[in-house]
Every structure is written in C-alpha cells, then in structure tokens.
Design a protein around this ligand. Sequence first.
Ligand code: AMP
Ligand code: TRP
Length: 334
Amino acid sequence: MSKNRIFSGVQPTGNLHLGNYLGAIRNWVRLQADFECIYCVVDLHAITMQQDPEDLRRSTREVAACLLAAGIDAKDSILFNQSQVHYHAELAWIFNCIARIGWLNRMTQFKEKAGKNRENATVGLYVYPNLMAADILAYKATHVPVGDDQKQHLELTRDIAQSFNSAYGVDFFPLTEPLILGAATRVMSLRDGSKKMSKSDPSDYSRINLTDPADEIAKKIRKARTDPEPLPDSVDGLKDRPEAENLMGIFAALADIDVDDVVNRFAGAPFSKFKEDLSALSIDVLSPITAEMRRLMDDPGYVDGVLREGAEKASEIAEPIVKEAQDLIGFLRP
Ligand code: AMP
Ligand code: TRP
C-alpha cells in the first residue's frame, strides 16, 4: 500500500471564515512538515449549486490566495483547482457505478443542502460524495484533514474503496482515514451557538470572514450572542451554554492552548472582558493572513501560475493510478 499522503479540498464558494481556518486550513499548513500534501480548490464541487462564472473565477483565486497566505508552501506541497485535472471527473464516473443509491440517501449534507425541494436538487449535488471519493483516491491519499462535518463523506469514501477492491479482487485503493484535529473542529455561528459557522449563513455577523478588516472582526465579536452569566470556573460549567463554549473553544484554538486553560484564565470574568481579549487575539492571528491574501489578490497572474503548476504535478500522480483502475475494470486504451 502507498506511503502516507494527505489530500484535502475546499470549495470556492463565498467567503472563507474562521471555521474553515481552524477546522481545516490551519491543520493543512501544519501537516506539511510531516507529510506529502495535496490541496485542492474544488470547483467541480462548487457547481453542484449554480455559480455566477465571474464569482467562481474570483473565488477560486481568492481561496488559493488564502491558502498561500495561511502558509501552504506551493514548492513543497501541491495546490491546484480540481477542474484542471481531468482524472477527478473520470474516476468519479467509475465511482458513480460503484456507490449505491442507498449509501447516498444517508448523506446528511445532501439533505441539508437540497432542503425541502429535493426533486429540484441537481444530480451533481446527489453524487457529490462520489466525486469527493475520487478526489481522494485518485492520489491514493491515506489521510484527509477536515472539519467534523465531513466525517460521513470519509466513511463513504472507505465504502467505495472497499467495494471497488472487492469487485475486482484487488487491494488497490487504501482505506483513507479522516484527520479531525484541534480544539475547534466545529466552530459555531456567532449569532446562534447551535448552528455551524457557514459560508451560506445569510447573516454576515454569524461568521468572521478571513477577508474582514480588524475593526469588522472587533465589531462582530462585540456583537456575538452570549448569555447573561459571568464565565464559568470549570469546563463542566460550559454545559448548556453553547455560545460561551463556542467562544472559549475559538479562543483556545487561536491561542493553541486547551479549553481548560482558557476557562482558568477567565473564570468568573464578564463576557465584555473576555470578548476584548478574544478580539485582540483574533486580529493578531488573522490580520497577517488577510494582508498577505490582499497582496496576492492584486497579482492574479502569480496565483494562476501556482494553480497551473500544481495541476501538472497533481496530474502526474493521478495519471498512473486512474489508468491502473481503468485497466482493472477492463477498459481498452492505447
Ligand atoms: P467548505 O467550506 O464546506 O468547503 O469546507 C472546507 C473545510 O472547512 C472542510 O474541511 C470543513 O470540514 C471545514 N469547515 C467548514 N465549516 C466549519 C466549521 N464551522 N467548523 C470547523 N470546520 C469547518
Ligand atoms: N466536501 C468538502 C467540504 O465541503 C470539500 C471537499 C471536496 C473535500 N473534495 C474533498 C475535502 C476531498 C476533503 C477531501 O468541505
């Protein structure tokens, strides 16, 4: 079986936010020290919901710029956009013929995104997880760093790999493991501690965008929903206080310490004091990334070049793997 290899993806739709950063991107940066890493801006996934062409182009560059600004090193790691490497779509078709309708029917992300009018959802949205499995398995990736919400898709990826292997009597695709790392694997909305922080939330006050200037970050944290009690003096005291738990989790993740330590530091303090410190910390961590991202966005030629070179390197890895899968299936090829 192949050696350890990391693959992960992020959609170029709307604003990247603090949840993406703490749940995914920051871990991607750190994993570069120990693994071969392949990171992908998944534009094929983005069009499962209708996208304006100009917005899609801009978002693709923006997400790539953000990843570079956060510390993805395009010399050591591979960074590219999915549509430039045709093997993803080819392998996804093969997986459409492996995955079962019953498996896809269980996917909670589809149910959430399709909403009530399921008949009107695109077929692409339905088979989205098969394409995600293709992203990962086209490189025989062994580990996939993601936020908590992607666990179910990773289980499906393993089911597809196993089913392909057993259909063709081979030990070809690895059983990929999710890597769900850090103190903030599920960052919640600043307006409602029971909802995930999300790109698609209509309220911009629900999230901290990685493009927000410092004064905007401070304002959003000041306005973040809280309860009237002072902060607890033990982690148990966070039970049934989702907003306090979320904000303290964010603090812990940004400061790279345990939630225990945050609780000890702010035991009995009013939210106002805690929010001031959280705001200063957030600005400290995020503003260098935002500044570098702006600089890169002024140089789209550079970003496009990184993606093009990344796509070439990615293709070299995927090509022999997808071709071998095609041989196993029995496709004739030149
Ligand atoms: P997406 O924005 O859906 O393309 O997600 C990109 C990455 O960010 C995935 O690994 C997600 O699991 C992660 N992610 C998205 N939202 C959150 C959140 N609120 N908390 C933690 N991780 C998240
Ligand atoms: N589905 C992921 C998300 O919404 C994005 C994604 C697409 C992905 N392909 C992937 C993540 C492969 C990890 C590996 O966040």
